[in-house]
Design a protein around this ligand. Structure first.
Ligand SMILES: [Fe+2]
Length: 161
């Protein structure tokens, strides 16, 4: 995973210390793992989603195509044999990356739902509390999940080298 994270970081066009940078990716992984202990989501896909989903952003604000680009990047990495995942896992990763920022997006797959909830719960880093209607899993809708995300943002070092 470390090699892969380096490849992802090296190609990232925005600042790694920015709102959609490394700290956010690490938070999404942690929140995703926290949720997964209740939802039963696939931890490998959570980690890959966390580090990939915003990795092709070219704008911190308006970038509607970044999900699609990250899905293509995931395919590319898989073609280069850099992701050791099954076909089913690849499909989950591609779908979760491609549609994570689309409005009215839906999935019945608990791993994909958990990825999206983890991303959304980390909105607390921007001072935004996600509304329950935009969350999928019951665990993410619990107050303790928001508190977990807030705590993570409080305790995290401000600068990343
Ligand atoms: Fe994100």
């Amino acid at each position: 995973m470390e090699n892969l994270i380096k490849i992802i970081k090296d190609q990232f066009k925005l600042g790694l210390n920015g709102d959609h940078g490394l700290k956010h990716w690490q938070h999404v992984e942690k929140i995703g793992n926290y949720l997964a202990s209740h939802t039963g989501a696939d931890g490998q896909i959570i980690s890959l989603f966390a580090y990939l989903h915003d990795s092709k952003r070219e704008d911190e604000y308006d970038d509607p195509e970044h999900g699609k680009r990250s899905a293509n990047f995931a395919k590319e990495l898989h073609d280069k044999k850099l992701l050791s995942i099954s076909k089913k896992q690849l499909d989950q990763l591609i779908f979760s990356c491609e549609f994570h920022s689309q409005p009215n997006t839906k999935s019945n797959d608990v791993t994909i739902q958990t990825c999206w909830d983890a991303d959304r719960l980390d909105l607390v880093r921007l001072g935004i509390t996600p509304k329950n209607e935009f969350l999928f899993t019951e665990k993410a809708k619990k107050k303790e999940a928001i508190l977990f995300a807030i705590e993570l943002n409080k305790s995290y070092p401000q600068q990343i080298s």
